[in-house]
Design a protein around this ligand. Sequence first.
Ligand SMILES: [Zn+2]
Length: 488
Amino acid sequence: MEEYMEAKWAEIQADALGLLRDLIRTDTQNFEEAGGTETAAVELLKARFDEAGVPYEVIEPKPGRGNIVARLTGDGTSGKGPLLLSAHLDTVHAPKEHWAAEGWKHDPYGAEIDEADGCLYGRGAVDMKHMAAQSVALLCFIKKAGVGLGRDLIFAGLADEERSDSAYGVKYLIENRPDLIQADVVFNEVGGFSMFISDREVFPVQFAEKGSARVKLTVRGEGGHASVHNDENPIAKVGLLAHKLTHGRLPVRVNPVNTASINGIADVLPFPKSAIFRRLLSPMFTSVIMNNLLTADQVNIFSPLMRNTATPTIIGGGDKANQIPPTAWMIINARLLPGCTIDDVVQDIKDLIGPRMFEPAPDPTGGEEIPPEVTLEVMVSREAVSEDLTNPACSEVMSVVAKTIAKHADGAPILPTMVPGSTDSYFYSRHPQKRPICLGFTPIRFPPDIKFGKIFHGVNERVPVAGFKWGVRVLGEVVFELCSAKFD
Ligand SMILES: [Zn+2]
């Protein structure tokens, strides 16, 4: 296989690069009310699959909002359910004109390769049209070359990840066509790209993502005319609570997810940094270390890994300039650690604000009890998703990923990580027939000066051409091994 493939990789890489450029030139922004053009990208992929003879189905829940799911059927000899490669085809916003004024070096839809830095520029270059291009090129190669597979290999090109909770994308498929995307293992976004810790190259692989919730906090005060002093003004009270939530921290909660992540990083740090870093897992020391030994950027990464968060995002109350309203409110955007329920987060918020404010009080004059000063109402919530790294089916996949990356990146290790946001993996994990193992693995090798966090949803989104081609081969070899590919 090695010899045969050695001659083929350049072809597959060139094919994938061409497809990525075509995908970037196809505007599929999905923001505010402007969303709705994923079908244009689906058309491109259809043409590739038609040409190679790969069977697929297109599901369009609403005109323009196309999803495409292709499948190569294996002979079943691996005894395993399908491996699914997932890529959303929509992107966040980028300017179509005046892009230079917004700081772009190249047209976000031009798919230009910069001669100086060797990067392909464009919206979707790393989030995540690269994965669509890599996957589709692989499936087409496997079909055309007649490579045999021991299990099914599925590709899902999805609509609507960036907005409205995948309602026209994977959520729709899970609810209406779960048969198309039932799999044992899903490779989805946010992982498999290189980053540097203490000058050491490492590859985060996502095995967990936080849940999220929207909670409405209402403060009761006393209404009245704006011309007189009023210490019970609920507008002031809600402001104080927003301040408290913003500058306070919910408690540290140590769990298998942050334990694996922190230990993984500590393993690649030199002593004594490694020992100090491991102490983040002792709740007594977490804040001390964060406040005194980590940079602000590091705190931003590691604090959400250790605790639930509760961030005020909308505030309201009152509608007349000369009148104090009786109540005021704020919306809190909360993020949940794996293993936590929404009740845990509500309790964390109450503990931070002061539990007594949430309790009714007896009326000193003997009348009816006084309702609580503050109430919380959960509007929506979704729990976190995480994989059990000790589960043999999961550790088998992780070890194939680790081995392949190490082989192609001078022995660099993988790091199991949790992302603080959420992805389509949430919906995959809710598959009605079988919950798959969901990992963030869309390989790209970056040079040290490109920070994934800065270009993801950012200005000058770009992918190094060499690092993208590297990813084609790494993804390909992982797929071949997990699918017991046969080349004769
Ligand atoms: Zn994405």
